[in-house]
Design a binder for this molecule. Sequence first.
Ligand code: KIV
Length: 257
Amino acid sequence: MHKKILSIIKKKNKSKIVSLSAYSKNVVEILDNHCDIVLVGDSLGSVLYNYKSTREVSLDTMIEHSKSVRLGIKKSLMVVDMPYNTYRNSKEALKNAKKVILKTKCDAVKLEGGKKISAIIKTLVKNNIPVMGHLGLLPQSAKNFKFKGKKNYEREKILKEAKLLETAGVFSMVLECVESSLAKTITKNIKIPTIGIGASNNCDGQILVLDDLIGLNPINVRFVKKYANIRKDISKAVLNYAREVKSKKFPLKKHSY
Ligand code: KIV
């Protein structure tokens, strides 16, 4: 097995796995020092392109952003989201996942879903493509964005699917907006690490979207903690730049040829 993937699995029950979604080289160079996993998430559809849902994200868009991210990563495990309608059957999934890996040199791909895609995941894994799973709230197919695990039937289904994904061969799985005690049960009942987003600290690791936690993407949701206000910092810098251009303080001789 891929060395980096093995080291992620070995972190289970030892140390928390730190993960972020990001979409371009310059910022990834910074987070590579602090993250175990960098995900090129299809969340870029809403965060960068204002799409109504991640369903509008194309494979080519994922590939271009991933090529940029690859340039910024030296040590973290790089995972790329397979976008909507690119893994409807095993043949399509294999063709597209191979393309993603070949073009972006990523370490693994992530697919959303449980029972419906377990055979597809098995095919990818059999073909030496490392796969990360994604259960709970599934943005590519969600009808609403409520947390998962309130009802008993839903809890049983998600737990069953977590075990199914483990058997299919995923090396880890994201649990998105999964109720805390269910996240705990899943994490206890599988041997691979769970990475939570809105799924409490009962998971083996956490993931957020970088633009959310630095306050670049102006959203307010319960599971995001803002660690910076980068919009404010950029605004201040641009205001100063504009002032200096207008008052002819910039550029000076030293900035000119
Ligand atoms: O698309 C994404 O960034 C994700 C994470 C938020 C888990 O899937």
